[in-house]
Design a protein around this ligand. Structure first.
Ligand code: ADQ
Length: 460
């Protein structure tokens, strides 16, 4: 019997509402279907010998196997290599990358420790699916420990062109490690094209486009785009409960006579939030008739606050939203409502449905599930307009959104004005096309196409 072994940096807590309904649920469903284990960090720091111990739990209908990190591992592997090196570089932000040898060492050390523990948990028929940039080397470490199982890797964030990628410390070793997997999946065709360019130009490898394979370092692997999606019907239903109606009603009473624009992002420099505020300011300055007629609600919960770049962006956003509100607000209207904390997913779904414009303008994003959630939540007969950055992976598929260059704040401002005045017929046409794409590439397709390619690799 084939089981699935899922591995990610953090193992999701199925009890948390902010996670339920998202990727955590999709992966949890796959584990319930196949049986198996979800392995990774439990999110805790523990400097006692107990951090070595793996904790098993099967409360969620599948087994989780988790480890704690020591403070030194957390600082080097997670905060250092993960947040200060790989995340900025893979998001094209070489200016924010702070590579240090201690980080690379800790990164390898944690990947080796994970491999030691995981090796003992993997059974001979298991499919092993490893997620994201924290764990690039894990497949190679498992192979070094004699693991012959089908190994798959999926990168959730962008894969940049070779010249940017080469800023990664030990870049060649990391790419070589990817060839220990049988299937390497990325979000978009653009990411795959960048990967293939690295293989042909820097690794002396070859590509077979028809077969979807790359050959280098003595191995041939499947390399494909598997665009991640959402559970469309579940999210649509969440936006239509009695509770959701109550939220929308309250929202519309508070903002009567105004058009609501919504932005929902983790507070991260990759999400283009200061530029978004400036674009909104541009629109208010240029289209004075829209003043008092439109409100931007930006929900941006904190993440990674102990990294300087994140506290900087928080301060910048507070300054910018304060300045814009100071410039335009009146006793009966506040242009920007900035909420700096997590909101329950069911409330988010209702807020999406109650908002005429979804503003999703990352400077760079692997996919961006918020764009898809916004589309799914809309009323089919009176839908809102999605404004989407052309640098989000989602733009490859969602061509019927109003696509924008997020760096060009006047262009984004003009598109906001266009969205405000878009006639119902055009809104419906665009929404119908967008919803069809969101449905075509939903989370079930993402999961099952990856797993079936991985099983095929196992048979081969
Ligand atoms: P993220 O960078 O986190 O994910 P995204 O794809 O938008 O970005 O997913 C965020 C999720 O968190 C969405 O489901 C959203 O609804 C939820 N969320 C955001 N703000 C919230 C809030 N205030 N309260 C509660 N929930 C909130 C990474 C990559 C993306 C890629 C995903 C999945 O950076 O590019 O799309 O993984 O692969």
């Amino acid at each position: 019997m084939t089981r699935l072994v899922m591995v990610s940096n953090r193992v999701a807590d199925p009890g948390k509402d902010s996670q339920s309904g998202g990727l955590a649920v999709a992966l949890g469903d796959a584990l319930r279907e196949y049986g198996g284990i979800w392995f990774g960090w439990d999110g805790r720091i523990d400097d006692t010998p107990a951090h070595q111990r793996v904790a098993l739990n099967d409360d969620a209908g599948y087994c989780t196997a988790t480890l704690s990190l020591t403070q030194q591992e957390y600082d080097g592997y997670y905060n250092g290599m993960g947040n200060n090196v790989l995340w900025p570089i893979l998001h094209y932000r070489l200016d924010l990358a702070k590579p240090e040898k201690a980080y690379t060492d800790a990164y390898m050390q944690v990947n080796r420790r994970f491999a030691d523990t995981l090796r003992a948990l993997v059974q001979s028929n298991d499919l092993v699916w490893i997620h994201d940039y924290h764990l690039f080397p894990l497949g190679a470490e498992l192979r070094a420990r004699g693991c012959g199982n089908p190994l798959g890797f999926f990168l959730h964030i962008p894969f940049p062109p070779p010249d940017i990628l080469r800023a990664m410390p030990d870049c060649e070793a990391i790419i070589r490690a990817l060839f220990s997997y049988d299937v390497v999946g990325m979000q978009t065709a653009g990411d795959i094209a960048n990967f293939k360019r690295y293989i042909t130009d820097q690794a002396d490898g070859t590509i077979d486009d028809a077969a979807g394979t790359a050959t280098a370092f003595g191995r041939t692997i499947t390399v494909k785009a598997y665009p991640i999606g959402i559970d469309v019907d579940t999210f649509r239903a969440m936006a239509r409960t009695d509770e959701a109606e109550g939220v929308i009603d309250r929202l519309q009473r508070r903002t009567s006579e105004t058009i609501q624009i919504i932005g929902v992002d983790r507070l991260d420099y990759s999400k283009g939030l200061p530029e978004r505020f400036t674009a909104f300011q541009y629109m208010l300055e240029r289209y004075t008739g829209h003043q008092k007629g439109v409100t931007l609600m930006q929900i941006a919960p904190p993440t990674r606050e102990n990294v300087d770049a994140y506290s900087d962006i928080r301060e910048e956003l507070e300054r910018r939203s304060g300045a814009i509100n100071g410039q335009f607000a009146d006793f009966d209207w506040t242009p920007i409502r900035y909420i700096h904390r997590p909101i329950a997913r069911r409330t988010l779904a209702a807020l999406f449905r109650g908002s005429r414009i979804g503003l999703v303008t990352p400077l760079r994003d692997g996919m961006n599930l918020v764009a898809k959630e916004y589309v799914a939540a809309q009323n089919d007969d009176d839908p809102g307009v999605l404004i989407l950055s052309k640098f989000a992976g989602a733009a490859e598929d969602l061509q019927d959104a109003l696509l924008v260059n997020p760096y060009d704040t006047s262009e984004v401002g003009e598109k906001i004005a266009e969205a405000i005045s878009m006639p119902l017929g055009q809104r419906r046409e665009r929404h119908e096309a967008l919803l069809a794409r969101v449905r075509a590439n939903d989370v079930n397709r993402w999961r099952s196409s990856f797993i079936s390619d991985l099983s095929r690799a196992g048979e081969a």
